[in-house]
Design a protein around this ligand. Structure first.
Ligand SMILES: Cc1ncc(COP(=O)(O)O)c(C=O)c1O
Length: 477
């Protein structure tokens, strides 16, 4: 063993972020300042709430376009024949979809509702990628008549499509979804045909034998928030191998490979240490991993590359402005209590340290479905010169699980204080529930710096319109 004394060396990294550097490296250390967010795209957060009310979703058009442009550049500069579709389910507000359509993104939909929405926004059927494990007969009939690219999920769907395309004079371009092991756990085996067992090859063969169908795409979506670019390299390699096998056996070169979505946003899962920029690979790392596989092919054999990303493009452009409506203490530390149940133990040790204060916000998990997995940041809208302590953030719902953050370091907050929850642009709006309270307004700050309402706050009629009261219930006793 070498016992020579080695003098400590001081690298530039040690000085990074000065006061907060220790907290970044040490789980138990605490930063001395709370991160704040004064404005979004130059507009003070407090003034947005004054003008449009609280809670309030805010999207930055600039943020959406910037992400789209960087992603396009990352891929097209490495592999020109790359195309993009916007994953509607991630956020199907018309204004958000339209920003991506203007940036050249087509539409990826997974239901009749999303299909109709994309058509209503002016996207022609031929520019729609239709995914999902269940597509009803009637929407398939429409999609077939409009030439959408249906990515078949299972044998029953293939049978139905064979039936519905029997009358076609010109073959319909079709894709199949496959699942594969890219080293990511869990493997998303719910969707598509298995590549490794040969099932995907058999589905491809059956399509190739059908004169009414033309096999256009092999598609896979290996999961969401994939932190390892290498997983995409594995997925691309497996799709290329399947394509080559089909070429050798049937002399048909499938024109397009679609690698789905799954690129992460700058957000952290519970239990992960920040800051996000240090943990999340940049989009260019994913572009390298994927295009290196395709660029190894002889130029004439290179497929068109497609993506249908959601989270990566929209999450960081979305903010939820909320207000503190009440301040409460929390119950005594459980460690002093002998009647500790398993559930108490879990709450205290897994979900957070002992919170010293708790704040009730006017936005809760009805609007923040992703709070169960992601550490949504809570950023005061003014600088508060006071020490941080561990706090808990409750939502306003009359249910105990309505907790936005079990444990977060915050300075003391006042009732009325405006807090920004961030990032929240992906999946929260499309998965939000009208439960107990109305869903809030949504504003987009335009590229011109002007905030405009893109969804009004719900009112009673929005919620009640589909209801019908039978005549005998329409009178008081
Ligand atoms: C088939 C398909 N494509 C694309 C996406 C978008 O994924 P992400 O938001 O991770 O980019 C999803 C979402 O799960 C999906 O199921």
């Amino acid at each position: 063993m070498n016992r020579d004394y080695l003098p400590p060396s001081i690298g530039p990294e040690l000085g990074r972020q000065a006061l907060d550097a220790a907290a970044d490296r040490n789980l138990y250390a605490r930063g001395t300042r709370a991160p704040t967010l004064f404005e979004i795209d130059g507009i003070p957060v407090a003034s947005l709430v004054e003008q449009f009310g609280s809670p309030l979703f805010v999207f930055s058009e600039h943020g959406l376009r910037e992400k789209a442009r960087r992603m396009r550049e990352a891929f097209r500069s490495r592999y020109e024949d790359t195309n993009f579709a916007w994953s509607y389910k991630t956020n199907y507000l018309n204004a958000v979809c339209q920003v991506f359509h203007q940036e050249g993104w087509t539409a990826e939909v997974v239901s009749d509702f999303e299909y109709e929405k994309a058509r209503k926004l002016g996207i022609p059927g031929k520019d729609i990628i239709f995914n999902g494990p269940y597509k009803s007969r009637s929407i398939l009939e429409l999609a077939i008549s409009e030439g959408a690219l249906i990515q078949i999920d299972n044998w029953d769907e293939l049978g139905l499509i064979e039936e519905l395309t029997r009358h076609l004079r010109k073959p319909l371009d079709i894709g199949i979804r496959v699942w594969l092991d890219a080293g990511i756990r869990p493997v998303w085996s719910k969707f598509g045909f298995a590549i490794e067992s040969g099932e995907a090859g058999r589905a491809a063969e059956r399509i190739l034998k059908n004169p009414h169908l033309r096999l256009h795409t092999f598609h896979t979506h290996i999961g969401t928030y994939i932190l390892d670019p290498n997983a995409y390299s594995v997925a691309a390699t497996k799709l290329v191998a399947l394509r080559e096998q089909i070429f050798v056996e049937h002399q048909h070169l499938v024109p397009c490979l679609n690698l789905g979505g799954g690129f992460p946003s700058q957000s952290l899962l519970h239990g992960m240490e920040g800051p996000a920029e240090r943990t999340i690979p940049p989009i260019e790392a994913y572009a390298d991993a994927i295009t290196e596989v395709l660029n190894r092919l002889p130029p004439k054999k290179r497929p068109q590359l497609r993506f249908e990303s959601g989270r990566h493009l929209v999450d960081n452009a979305g903010y939820l402005l909320t207000s503190v409506v009440a301040i409460k203490g929390v119950r005594d530390p459980l460690t002093l209590n002998s009647n500790l149940t398993g559930r108490d133990y879990k709450e205290q040790t897994l979900l957070g340290e002992d919170a010293r204060a708790s704040y009730v916000l006017d936005a809760g998990i009805n609007l923040l479905y992703t709070a169960a997995w992601y550490q949504i940041d809570a950023l005061p809208s003014r600088s508060i010169n006071a020490p941080l302590s561990t706090a808990r953030l409750y939502g306003p719902l009359c249910m105990a699980i309505d907790v936005v953050r079990y444990s977060i370091d915050l300075p003391p907050l006042n009732v009325g204080e405006v807090i920004t929850l961030y990032p929240v642009g992906a999946y929260n709006l499309s998965q939000s529930m009208q439960f107990i309270s109305y869903r809030p307004a949504v504003v987009m700050i335009g590229a011109n710096g002007k905030p405009e309402i893109i969804r009004t706050r719900e009112v009673l009629d929005d919620v009640q319109r589909p209801e019908r009261l039978p005549a005998h219930l329409n009178k008081m006793p």
